[in-house]
Design a binder for this molecule. Structure first.
Ligand code: SAH
Length: 238
């Protein structure tokens, strides 16, 4: 479920490919509710100028709060996690996606303008989630990223179960490089590039070993943060 000022943006890209097929066959469901429906005046006002001054507008607490209440399950009953898309939130992760995918669903609140009145976050104990250290113009694309990540983890959505486990981040390592036919290919630079010999050797043990070494090397070079965490965890286990 998404709360948004632009419900027509959904399902958007999530209506295509694997997520789209799963949406059509009912593996998951998506409802995008227009926050403007909860506006208090006939102009449909949803934002106002910030107290203390400054640029931009802020989403009004009364309107957004009513929207959240209207789509939330009755208090006392089973609740779903309520996430606010926000650049200052906790970085969204594969681990959080796994938890959400195993859960009963999720409410994603999409901000616009400069963001939402702080008191709504507090009153509804919204979990602020960021999809990266950059600023989008609204929470919709962030919410779609979160949904896509969760949906592909649902049973039956992706072809082989295995293509989940060896992927980037699942075990704190980035993925190994992929190759497919042709085994020798000349790119626009005229240089013929062959796939690594080991991959066509038919030696599964050696392939697995090579891939693991690649993953470690790529992670160490590109993401010292992930690599550091992994080595720290390993040292702890010793
Ligand atoms: N003034 C804010 C940016 C607001 S961007 C700031 O400086 O932090 C408008 C909306 O886009 C936000 O309320 C949020 O819902 C969404 N958004 C922007 N960047 C995002 C990100 N990296 N992750 C998740 N949501 C984001």
């Amino acid at each position: 479920m998404a709360l948004t000022l632009f419900p027509e943006m959904f399902p958007g890209p999530l209506g295509e490919s694997l997520a789209g097929k799963a949406l059509k066959d009912g593996t998951w469901a998506l409802e995008a509710v227009d926050i403007r429906r909860f506006a208090k005046d006939r102009h449909g006002t949803v934002d106002d100028a910030p107290f203390g001054g400054g640029a931009g507008m802020v989403m009004k607490p009364d309107v957004l709060s009513d929207a959240i209440e209207a789509v939330s399950p009755k208090p006392g009953g089973p609740q779903v996690p309520r996430l606010l898309m926000s650049p200052r939130g906790a970085p969204f992760s594969q681990a959080r996606a796994r938890q959400l995918a195993e859960g009963p669903g999720v409410l994603l609140v999409c901000g616009r303008f400069e963001g939402v009145d702080e008191r709504v976050i507090e009153a509804h104990a919204l979990e602020e989630v960021s999809v990266g250290d950059f600023v989008l113009s609204g929470g919709e694309i962030a919410a779609m990223a979160v949904m896509d990540c969760c949906v592909r983890l649902l049973p039956g959505v992706m072809g082989t179960a295995q293509s989940g486990d060896e992927e980037s981040f699942e075990d704190g390592l980035l993925e190994y490089p992929h190759y497919t036919r042709p085994a020798a290919w000349a790119g626009p630079d005229g240089i013929e590039r062959r796939v690594p010999e080991i991959l066509v050797s038919g030696h599964h043990g050696k392939v697995a070993e090579w891939r693991m070494r690649q993953r470690e090397e790529i992670t160490r070079l590109r993401r010292p943060d992930l690599w550091g965490r992994r080595t720290a965890k390993r040292n702890e286990e010793k």
